[in-house]
Write a protein that binds this ligand. Structure first.
Ligand SMILES: NC(=O)c1ccc[n+]([C@@H]2O[C@H](COP(=O)([O-])OP(=O)(O)OC[C@H]3O[C@@H](n4cnc5c(N)ncnc54)[C@H](OP(=O)(O)O)[C@@H]3O)[C@@H](O)[C@H]2O)c1
Length: 313
């Protein structure tokens, strides 16, 4: 049994815990956050999006803000989900404190990054890696197919994203000016790193991608709107055929259903292509809509990365 632990028990940490607790290869032995243990236990068992959850497992829970002081002895794989520590020098403390491998649950330009269904087979026993962002996991497996089989001249990416914990319920001070505004009352434009993240995986597209994030008053789900100037004139039927033929069907799904955001809750795919919303303007300007459960869909990919890494322990 592979022993795992979680640092940062927020949305991603808790969804990951639920997934891990149902995986017979893993034993979740420790969780750390900065809030009290009673609250951690309560929030693991009650979730307004995913419902109630029961576990009989005994898990050591601690409340410590100092990454240098955490005890990870006996931990094979540590999931770093606090969103606070993304630098390699910081994450090395987890190794120093006993963990054998570390997976960061966000983008980091200092670490090797892996996206399931795109480059996970390149994993080569690195000790600290990143699973990149939810939006890059959604975009890259699809964008790479268009890029390889048709060609991309340029692309705008708009991520229409449910609100997250770092936004405010009502207007209140925040380090980011627009994050200060009420998440439940507003459509809020924010910056997005998905263009940068995507060019890590598709480096020849550097300078050809741009991205915005639009936060909306919805608690779960992401819809990504891609506007792509393709390199050669094509037909919609040809593009659909290429997507159908080349997607990794464990990671990307093409859906003919008339999906809305609540329909993707608890869905494992990194990306669901909305077939009813594919458009082609004058044979070379393509629009695609992609859906994802930014919490469960992403956390499941982090778990799959851990499944792969456990073979190297
Ligand atoms: N939510 C998503 O859709 C999503 C998807 C993919 C990736 N991610 C990434 O995953 C990471 C976590 O996101 P999240 O949405 O789960 O955030 P979250 O709900 O805010 O969870 C982060 C948790 O870590 C805690 N924390 C803060 N400082 C800490 C410290 N020094 N040591 C241990 N725990 C600490 C936070 O406590 P406080 O709340 O008290 O600060 C919070 O409970 C972020 O990097 C995010 O970009 C998020």
């Amino acid at each position: 049994m592979i022993k795992v632990a979680i640092n940062g028990f927020g949305r991603i940490g808790r969804i990951l815990a639920r997934i891990i607790l149902q995986n017979k290869h893993f034993e979740l032995i420790a969780i750390n956050d900065i809030y009290d243990i009673y609250m951690m236990d309560y929030l693991l068992k009650h979730d307004s999006i995913y419902g109630n959850f029961k576990t009989k497992n005994t898990i050591k829970m601690t409340s410590c803000a100092d990454i240098t002081k955490l005890d990870w002895s006996g931990v094979d794989i540590l999931f770093e989900c606090s969103g606070i520590y993304t630098k390699e020098d910081e994450l090395k403390y987890h190794l120093k404190n006993g963990a054998k491998k570390v997976i960061l649950s966000t983008y980091s330009n200092e670490l090797p990054m892996f996206i399931m269904g795109f480059n996970e087979e390149k994993y080569n026993n690195e000790n600290i890696i990143s699973s990149c962002s939810c939006t890059a996991n959604c975009v890259v497996p699809v964008l790479s197919i268009i890029d390889k089989h048709i060609g991309i001249q340029k692309c705008n990416i708009t991520t229409i994203h449910s609100y997250t914990s770092e936004q405010n319920l009502l207007d209140n001070k925040n380090t980011d000016i627009r994050r200060s505004r009420s998440a439940t009352q507003n459509i809020i434009p924010l910056s997005s790193n998905v263009a940068n993240a995507s060019t890590y995986f598709l480096p020849h597209l550097k300078g050809k991608l741009s991205a915005n994030s639009i936060r909306i008053p919805v608690g779960n789900g992401v819809l990504i709107d891609l506007h792509i100037k393709i390199s050669q004139k094509s037909k919609l039927s040809h593009i659909k055929k290429i997507l159908n033929k080349n997607i990794n069907k464990n990671i990307v799904k093409i859906s003919k259903n008339f999906i809305v955001s609540t329909d993707v809750k608890g869905i494992k795919y990194s990306s669901i292509i909305d077939e009813n919303s594919i458009h082609l303007v004058q044979d070379d300007f393509l629009q695609l809509l992609l859906w994802q459960d930014n919490e469960y869909g992403y956390a499941q990919k982090v778990e799959q990365m851990a499944e792969l890494m456990k073979e190297y322990l």
